[in-house]
Design a protein around this ligand. Structure first.
Ligand SMILES: Cc1cc2nc3c(=O)[nH]c(=O)nc-3n(C[C@H](O)[C@H](O)[C@H](O)COP(=O)(O)O)c2cc1C
Length: 342
């Protein structure tokens, strides 16, 4: 049974997410390595949604040391922003750095955190101590229950249509699984236009997190070839490739992707299963993918055409200012409310 938003009180823009984090439109610009740049984050927040900082994208791709980057955003908008903390325990160096980054984000006033992959408890403890909010990325009820044990306040439900590392369920099925846990659920994946946005709110989602739609904006610093590829692509041209990081990532099926294929080689597969080779192989893939994705995003078709995108490409018809996207989506939700009230 889905939890329908009240159609008579005309309040689809006011949800547990907007109330908790103090924003006007329940629309997040999800963290994106390598596409989250300060100007994009600021533009989404300034228009009433919320941009989420991806710390590795901020420093390694866009050249801002984290604190300086957060202050740059604060000069562009005084509205709230969020922070993406990937909490997997892959290496001590990475974990220590993430702890320092979370401290810096808190010191600079960030109060909304999106955790992913590992146990979010240590982030929750730090963030709750200053009255902030933590949502965790999940693809199924099993991961949501674990995150709940870690004390999270809500979920980002990553479905099969998402860009980046996609889930494997439809938005409807995932909400049905997660709603009984009693926490707000944000839809991530497949939303590229305002119709899909209002549909997800009407279904009972507390908000929507979009990635791909916000790459095709004026403020995003991705190469024009990448943005054009998003505008031109159809959902059936978005495929999963293991070639970049060893685990499936959603990309547009460019001629380059067709030529190199989408499956990891047999040696990589064997090493990824091998007890000792596993760690080395993951490290190798991570380092290589960080470089490949950075170059693909900034250099466009001149480099390997790895353009990460979700099935949401279907709703994206042009490159436009990020604030216009937020305002158009908000207007559509207001119209839906007005129609329902008639
Ligand atoms: C290029 C790209 C990079 C992404 N990188 C991250 C990331 O670093 N961390 C994260 O939690 N999610 C990441 N995501 C997922 C997005 O935050 C968001 O959940 C997803 O894009 C939603 O699906 P959509 O692209 O169909 O809108 C990425 C998505 C894309 C398209």
């Amino acid at each position: 049974m889905l939890h329908r938003a009240s159609m008579t009180t005309t309040r689809s823009l006011e949800t547990p997410l907007t109330r908790a984090v103090g924003i006007e439109v329940p629309l997040l610009c999800g963290a994106m390595y390598p596409c989250s740049n300060p100007e994009l984050i600021a533009a989404v927040s300034d228009a009433g949604g919320m941009g989420i900082v991806q710390p590795i994208s901020m420093s390694f791709v866009h050249g801002h040391e984290l604190r300086e980057g957060l202050r740059l955003i604060a000069r562009m908008t005084n509205k709230p922003i969020g922070f993406n903390a990937i909490v997997e325990k892959s290496s001590k160096v990475y974990e220590d750095r993430m702890r320092r980054w979370v401290d810096i984000a808190l010191e600079e006033g960030v109060r909304f955190f999106v955790t992913a992959l590992g146990n979010p408890r240590w982030v929750v403890e730090k963030v709750h101590a200053v009255g902030g909010t933590v949502y965790h990325d999940v693809t199924s009820r099993k991961w949501a229950e674990r995150a709940l044990e870690g004390g999270v306040d809500g979920f980002i439900a990553v479905n099969a249509r998402a860009g980046g590392h996609a889930g494997d369920q439809t938005p409807e099925k995932l909400l049905e699984e997660l709603a009984p846990l009693g926490k707000p659920v944000v839809c991530a994946g497949g939303v590229g236009d305002e119709r899909a946005f209002t549909r997800m709110l009407a279904l009972g989602y507390a908000g929507v997190q979009m990635g791909t739609r916000f790459i095709a904006t004026e403020e995003c610093r991705a190469h024009a070839d990448y943005k054009d590829a998003i505008v031109r692509a159809h959902a059936d041209q978005v495929v999963l490739t293991e070639k970049i990081s060893g685990v499936p990532v959603a990309v547009i099926e460019t001629s380059y992707v067709k030529a190199v294929g989408t499956k990891a080689g047999w040696l990589s597969k064997r090493l990824l299963r091998h007890p000792k080779g596993k760690h080395w192989m993951r490290t190798f893939y991570t380092m290589r993918s960080v470089w490949q994705l950075k170059r693909a995003s900034l250099e466009g078709s001149g480099y390997q055409q790895y353009f990460q995108a979700g099935k949401s490409v279907d709703g994206i018809e042009r490159v436009e200012p990020a604030g216009d996207v937020v305002r158009r989506f908000a207007d559509a939700a207001r119209q839906m409310d007005a129609l329902a009230a008639e």
